[in-house]
Design a binder for this molecule. Structure first.
Ligand code: ATP
Ligand code: SF4
Ligand code: MG
Length: 334
């Protein structure tokens, strides 16, 4: 884990300011601001449907056709890419910024050997000879935990298991050592040993090459292991953000506190989620007035049902922000 000192003179590789994305009138991402600095891991957490993947896809320029960015800015390595043309985004993707996608459904080309696909990803952005690219690809196949990399290099996707195809896609994302890596639930489809290996690999990448890692996960255990900072999303908004240690020590939003109650516990061979937070994430087309969390919040009062709280810094820690009228009372929640 790297140190999270602020570098005021140097812009973070990824900066997102006040980003909003609508799908058919629903504000699925609503005013999201976040930075990921070089060598830093920022975890983006929140329940299903709160807008984590849409935030990531907006950054990648890969939103589905129904979704539109309608406010804010995205800067990648100092350049505004918010409304960048597709051909320019294509040059950035895989080189400066890469993403490991949430859906394990393989986006590999079924007609091409896996090694050739990794080599192609490398050669499309780097000027190195075929032999060097081949060696780098085999090394990366090994680093993502696939045994017998020389043999696997020559195989087609159908000859590999689903988990191995997922790891090949991870290899493709990592082969150019991107300045920014977005990993959207990168390990959920993998078994526990491989999960740990992939997380180690991502940690090595941030430490050794200064990659800025935006790690999207449901698993607060992974957050505790990996993150320097955490941003908690609820119903399209960031409701709390802080250095990981500060957030685990003390929560300033009831949602975060309740999320921490869902840390997976080891039971027998697998990991099981504890009971989830009572109530459901609101329909993004019919959001509650006031604080969006109020229907589920144990601290909700009359003000919460009328006025939306702004994201504000804690009086004693400017790096710890939350959007709650009663941030000082969150510790009362059992
Ligand atoms: N292709 C789509 N068309 C229309 N609505 C979508 C589409 N994909 C996602 N949404 C909606 O956008 C909102 C945000 O979804 P998003 O995929 O960003 O959630 P998420 O936080 O990544 O959830 P999960 O943890 O389940 O991956 C949700 O309300 C979802 O229903
Ligand atoms: S503003 Fe009110 S409803 Fe919203 S999280 Fe804080 S206490 Fe709960
Ligand atoms: Mg998602």
């Amino acid at each position: 884990m790297s140190v999270t000192a602020r570098a005021p003179t140097e812009e973070a590789p990824l900066t997102v300011r006040d980003l909003s994305v609508h799908i058919e009138g629903a504000p699925v991402v609503d005013g999201v601001t976040l930075d990921v600095r070089a060598g830093e891991t920022v975890a983006l957490v929140g329940e299903s449907g709160c807008g984590k993947s849409m935030t990531a896809l907006a950054v990648m320029g890969l939103l589905p056709p129904a979704a539109h960015v309608d406010g804010g800015t995205i800067r990648i390595n100092g350049s505004d890419t918010t409304r960048q043309a597709e051909h320019a985004m294509q040059r950035l993707r895989g080189d400066k910024i890469a993403m490991i996608f949430q859906e394990p459904v393989s986006s590999l080309n079924p007609l091409m050997r896996v090694g050739a696909q990794i080599v192609e990803a490398l050669l499309s952005h780097r000027r190195i000879d075929q032999q060097a690219a081949r060696r780098a690809a085999i090394e990366m196949i090994d680093r993502v935990g696939i045994p017998d990399p020389e043999t696997r290099f020559r195989q087609y996707p159908f000859e590999l298991s689903g988990g191995m195809c997922q790891r090949v896609m991870i290899a493709i994302a990592l082969i150019c050592e991107p300045a920014i890596l977005i990993a959207d639930e990168p390990t959920t489809a993998l078994d526990v040993t491989i999960q740990a290996q992939i997380l180690d690999l991502m940690r090595a990448l941030t430490d050794e090459t200064g990659t800025a890692l935006l790690l999207i996960t449901h698993d607060m255990g992974v957050v505790a292991d990996m993150a320097d900072r955490v941003a908690v999303m609820y119903a399209g908004r960031i409701v709390e953000t802080a250095p990981a240690r500060a957030l685990f020590a003390r929560q300033r939003h009831p949602y975060t506190r309740l999320l921490l109650g869902t840390i997976p516990k080891v039971e027998g061979q697998g990991r099981t989620l504890l009971p989830t937070i009572e109530g459901v994430v609101p329909d993004m087309r019919e959001l509650p007035v006031g604080c969006r969390f109020h229907p589920r919040c144990p601290l909700a009062g009359p003000r919460c049902r009328q006025e939306a709280p702004p994201l504000a810094a804690a009086p004693d820690d400017p790096a710890h922000e939350s959007a709650c009228w009663f941030a000082d009372r969150v510790g009362e929640i059992a």
